[in-house]
Design a protein around this ligand. Structure first.
Ligand SMILES: [Zn+2]
Length: 166
């Protein structure tokens, strides 16, 4: 499934202090498919992108995410509701050469100005970065029963062998 690009002109967007609100389905993002729980299809995350000025007075885009994503706990494979709230500032620069060297004290993110900036791609990337790499329930809070799940799961090759034999 291809996503319809949502393009903005970063310069105009910031100059006019525009705002875009939208929703994105977690299951649309291929890169997080493996971390999602089976029932996560309906999970939606709302986003707001606004044109503003950073605390340094530079033209910026601010991206807010809010929602809940159902992840799959890496320890018990059980369902894990993960509340997501994030707010990220991106200073918009004229070209890549202006982006400062990576500085650990610098918490600012950067975007290169564009007349056709893809908002959807930014939202997807930020959502991806906001999720834990290996989601796990709190210690002792696992709910899924891994032993039963693995016990029931049939090895597909064994099943094939069984079919061949018969
Ligand atoms: Zn767990």
């Amino acid at each position: 499934m291809t996503r319809k690009p949502l393009l903005i002109n970063t310069h105009e967007f910031i100059k006019q202090s525009l705002e875009i609100h939208g929703k994105i389905r977690a299951s649309q993002i291929l890169a997080i498919q493996d971390s999602l729980y089976a029932s996560a299809d309906a999970d939606e995350v709302s986003y707001t992108l606004s044109g503003d000025q950073s605390y340094r007075g530079k033209p910026s885009l601010k991206l807010d995410l809010a929602g809940q994503v159902t992840l799959c706990c890496q320890r018990c494979l059980g369902e894990m509701r993960y509340p997501l709230v994030s707010s990220t500032w991106f200073e918009v620069v004229a070209d890549e050469s202006v982006i400062p060297e990576l500085d650990e004290d610098d918490e600012m993110d950067y975007i290169v100005a564009s007349t056709q900036f893809d908002v959807g791609a930014l939202v997807e990337e930020e959502l991806l970065l906001s999720l834990p790499l290996a989601p796990k329930h709190e210690e002792g809070a696992c709910t899924g029963d891994l032993s039963i799940m693995t016990g029931q799961k049939q090895n597909p090759f064994k099943v094939l062998e069984g079919l061949k034999a018969s």
